[in-house]
Design a protein. Structure first.
Length: 187
């Protein structure tokens, strides 16, 4: 292999990573700008069986976090970090579907947050929640774009998945857990 071939290959790998990172960054920034500039309506959709839109949001976020934990467990099995005599055939499907369900549960929560509340900064918990919420969707975009790329270093997808997972758990800690510990567990 010629030196110029290696340089092209290295340049291709940078592009493989850089393009998804730029697109994901644009998503996060666009959500943050929208959430900051949009005048919050205070109006949200409620779901029958729940006492308020806030409880809907809290429980959907909790469901998303539960499915994210399932995704983390299945990823650890697939990457051999949790020893199983042999990874069950269903583990990859469980990984994909738990991620899909977690993401789908997060969509109405994000819509509620951005439309009804906007990006707010009146205290540190709310600011962290707002910023990490925008970062979550940017990181998710990066991860989804990286899934279609071949030739990535082996550490890229686990890192992207770890960022998405960490952002989701941080959002849960700064919203649902806060709600459960200050308001109480309710439907």
């Amino acid at each position: 292999m010629l030196d110029s071939d290696r340089e092209t290959s290295a340049a291709d790998r940078v592009v493989l990573l850089l393009v998804p990172l730029l697109i994901g960054s644009a998503v996060a920034v666009a959500l943050g700008v929208y959430g900051r500039l949009h005048t919050p309506t205070g109006i949200a959709v409620s779901v029958a069986g729940f006492s308020s839109p806030q409880t809907v949001k809290v429980w959907l976020a909790s469901g998303a976090t539960l499915f994210a934990l399932i995704q983390l467990f299945s990823a650890l099995v697939m990457y051999g970090k949790i020893r199983w005599t042999s990874a069950p055939q269903w583990i990859a499907a469980a990984h994909r579907w738990s991620g899909r369900v977690a993401f789908l549960l997060s969509i109405p929560v994000a819509v509620h947050c951005l439309y009804a509340l906007g990006v707010q900064s009146y205290d540190m918990r709310v600011l962290v929640h707002s910023v990490v919420g925008c970062l979550f969707f940017g990181a998710f975009t990066v991860k989804m774009l990286l899934l279609t790329r071949r030739g990535l270093p082996g550490w890229v997808l686990p890192l992207a998945g770890g960022v998405v997972f960490t952002a989701l758990v941080t959002m849960w800690l700064t919203s649902s857990l806060w709600f459960f510990t200050t308001v109480g567990v309710q439907l």
